[in-house]
Design a protein around this ligand. Structure first.
Ligand SMILES: *Cc1c(COP(=O)(O)O)cnc(C)c1O
Length: 356
């Protein structure tokens, strides 16, 4: 039996979107490919609230994260982390020989504007990384307030991981002053895994020109220069199947309306939070709860594996906690094309299994 996914990626993909992945191929150097890629770019600029360039990468989101920190750090990177994905940036810097420092808060807490201010004020850094929605803890960093700080340091290239929130919550990339905002197809966009997307600002472009060793496949400047020169085409063969599906899904997202889509995510999040407060407790700082997934403290010490097996027999799947929170928490994702009815059905079944 197919299990409906309530895990924070990959998510359920609508059958009509999946069908687009099965369309016949076109040449990746054809005018049709250029047109497809241009259409996608224009729609993504709308979704990201940006006028800057859009890059697609046939990799998952981690690929563009690695490409961003490597391509755009000339001096030193400051990595602000509120959990596993925040720290991933630092690990990427280390393994690429990029000079970086890690600034962490406790899991469940948010990165604070004061902390970012103190670090950037040292003048040591020309790039910073931040996670918009920390999927390991179910927390959304207060990027509006933090943006007021990074705007005081215009030489710092701001890289933001919005992998588990772009498409599920409003992120106004240009207004926030984010230079590289990254997402993946398999989360709030509601597509199969295999492609990543980022915005790429003028400032990021100029910075990358000062970095001699940017790698090859994930050299963001090379991607950018190629799409400019070759009418939106890519240096290597992209996943055209994902592009068909993305082109179609972005139309569906616009048809729903961005405001309506973000409101639906908040409605689902509030329903799951209420359920969690009544039966368990919320894990992260309540001021910064994620709109796309909820991390629940396992206050009843339930066997999450056993719950998931029973849910599986009923056609549902939720997620255990991440890393060191594996047994202490569990996670319910409510993103992409998930509806409030889907959430109600899931919670009804969990209640029934646990006798709540
Ligand atoms: C899933 C996730 C990633 C990793 O993305 P991939 O597409 O699997 O490489 C990075 N950051 C966050 C916040 C995520 O949720």
């Amino acid at each position: 039996m197919h299990k409906r996914l309530f895990i924070p990626g990959p998510v359920e993909v609508r059958p009509d979107v999946l069908e687009k992945m099965a369309l016949p191929m076109i040449g990746h150097r054809s005018q049709d490919a250029s047109n497809l890629q241009r259409r996608i770019t224009e729609k993504l600029q709308h979704l990201f609230y940006t006028k800057e360039a859009i890059l697609l990468s046939t990799s998952s989101g981690s690929g563009l994260m690695e490409g961003a920190i490597r391509s755009c750090t000339a001096k030193r990177a400051a990595c602000f982390s509120a959990g596993a994905f925040g720290k991933r940036w630092y690990d990427m810097a280390q393994s690429n020989g990029v000079a970086a420092d890690l600034y962490e808060v406790e899991w469940g807490q948010a990165v604070t504007p004061a902390m970012v201010d103190e670090v950037l004020a040292t003048g040591k850094y020309d790039l910073m990384t931040i996670t918009h929605n920390e999927t390991s803890t179910g927390l959304m960093n207060p990027v509006e307030e933090i943006a007021a700080v990074w705007k005081k340091y215009p030489d710092v290239v701001v890289c933001m991981d919005a992998v588990s929130s772009m498409g599920g919550t409003r992120i106004e990339v240009d207004r926030l002053g984010v230079d590289i905002c990254i997402t993946s197809t398999q989360k709030a966009l509601g597509l199969p895994p295999g492609m990543a997307i980022c915005s790429f600002s003028r400032q990021a472009i100029e910075r990358a020109k000062q970095v001699p060793e940017r790698g090859y496949y994930l050299d963001l400047l090379a991607l950018y220069e190629y799409i400019i020169k070759k009418d939106y085409q890519y240096p290597s063969t992209p996943s055209l199947s994902h592009m068909y599906a993305l082109d179609y899904q972005l139309d569906r997202i616009m048809e729903e309306g961005l405001t309506e889509r973000f409101a639906r995510h908040i409605e689902m999040a509030e329903r799951v939070r209420d359920w969690a407060r009544n039966n368990f407790a919320l894990f992260p700082d309540e001021r910064y709860l994620s709109n796309t997934l909820t991390t629940i403290k396992n206050t009843r010490a339930i066997d999450v594996g056993a719950l998931n097996r029973e849910l599986g027999e009923r056609g549902f799947q939720i997620s255990n906690g991440y890393g060191k929170l594996r047994d202490a928490t569990f996670r319910i994702a409510h993103m992409a094309d998930c509806t409030i009815q889907d959430v109600e059905e899931l919670l009804y079944n969990i209640d029934d299994i646990l006798g709540l």
